[in-house]
Design a protein around this ligand. Structure first.
Ligand SMILES: *Cc1c(COP(=O)(O)O)cnc(C)c1O
Length: 340
């Protein structure tokens, strides 16, 4: 199988498994796990924030951010394709009790003027706007890498209204590598940020939530309330350290693979590339094939290729380090031979 469903399917490397075996551990609920303490310190430093917290998943990191920033009845602004709105099971409403105010983005780019208009004024009828959520790279925007200059514009609007900004940076490292900018160029335009260790960086489990020290202290309590306070979790932290130290630069290879895949598939007369392929995601528009994306996915499966539907006429392919160049080439050749 050539598995292009997601970069989450990557398995821990040999170095990670060895580090996990040898990890120094303690009880992290007591703050005594040396590997996690090291990971949180390194992550905070890399992200240019005062403090960081290891969380079980990207979703948990985002939800703890919303819970910590907001009170029930508040409103948060995010784009209608944001992962936090689209793919987290309605958790912002179920847990934090906030209501989402969505705006439409263009390939993941939120318009600063639309953002400004969506912020509530001080009126007894209105909910309080207590958080703005951004996403980079933007998943439903086809892995779009949002430049720091654009984030700055949105952060300026947020600051004018004293509203914190949370960045869902599940794939922020991909943006940093693609645009050749340091991570801190992005995170300086956010109050808090969540990054995934378990996607392209290859760790088996975990995300990081980073932000101001007092915020992370409160977030730690929310994590405990949600049952996310883990004990000898340095076993996972050891893999996370390798993810941050050794796995970032190689993301460029995933981006090259995605470009090669897109270039190859574009030759099929009934397929067209629906995104810019900034990073490791390729969206294919299949409307000219007359097939529904689920039928197309079935055809792929028969050819031993896995991908995910992204709407009725769009299919998503994601590249990652568990794929080699030959597999990308094979996938292209197989799909080019499809007749509809
Ligand atoms: C994958 C992803 C998440 C959630 O991460 P999980 O670890 O799967 O919960 C959040 N935001 C974005 C943009 C993602 O791509």
């Amino acid at each position: 199988m050539i598995d292009l469903r997601s970069d989450t399917i990557t398995k821990p490397t040999k170095a990670m498994r060895e580090a996990m075996y040898n990890a120094e551990v303690g009880d992290d609920v007591y703050g005594e796990d040396p590997s996690i303490n090291k990971l949180e310190k390194l992550a905070a430093q890399m992200l240019g924030k005062e403090a960081a917290l290891f969380v079980t998943s990207g979703t948990q990191g985002n939800q703890i951010a919303v819970l910590t920033h907001c009170r029930p009845g508040d409103e948060i602004i995010l784009d209608e394709d944001a992962h936090i709105f689209f793919y987290e099971g309605g958790a912002i409403s179920a847990f934090a009790g906030v209501q989402p105010r969505t705006i439409k983005s263009e390939n993941g780019l939120l318009c600063p003027d639309k953002l400004k208009e969506a912020i509530r004024s001080d009126d007894i009828h209105f909910p309080d706007t207590s958080l703005i959520c951004l996403e980079n790279t933007h998943n439903r925007g086809g892995g779009a890498a949002i430049p720091p200059s654009h984030m700055e514009k949105l952060f300026t609007v947020a600051n004018e209204h004293n509203i914190p900004v949370h960045l869902d940076g599940a794939r922020l490292f991909n943006a940093a590598v693609a645009l050749n900018e340091p991570l801190t160029e992005f995170t300086k335009y956010t109050t808090t940020v969540q990054i995934c260790l378990s996607k392209g960086l290859g760790a088996p489990v975990g995300s990081i939530l980073a932000g101001p020290k007092d915020f992370i202290q409160k977030a730690r309590k929310w994590r405990k309330r949600l049952g996310g306070g883990l004990r000898q979790v340095g076993i996972l932290g050891a893999a996370g350290l390798i993810a941050l130290n050794d796995m970032v630069d190689r993301l460029a290879e995933d981006h090259e693979s995605a470009k090669a895949l897109a270039k190859g598939l574009d030759k099929h007369p009934q397929l067209s590339i629906a995104n810019n392929v900034d990073t490791n995601i390729v969206l294919i528009d299949i409307s000219k094939t007359g097939k529904h994306s689920t039928e197309f996915i079935d055809m792929l499966k028969k050819a031993e290729i896995l991908a995910v539907p992204f709407g009725p006429s769009t299919v998503r392919f994601t590249t990652h380090y568990d794929l080699n160049k030959q597999q990308i080439e094979d996938a292209v050749q197989k799909i080019l031979s499809f007749e509809f």
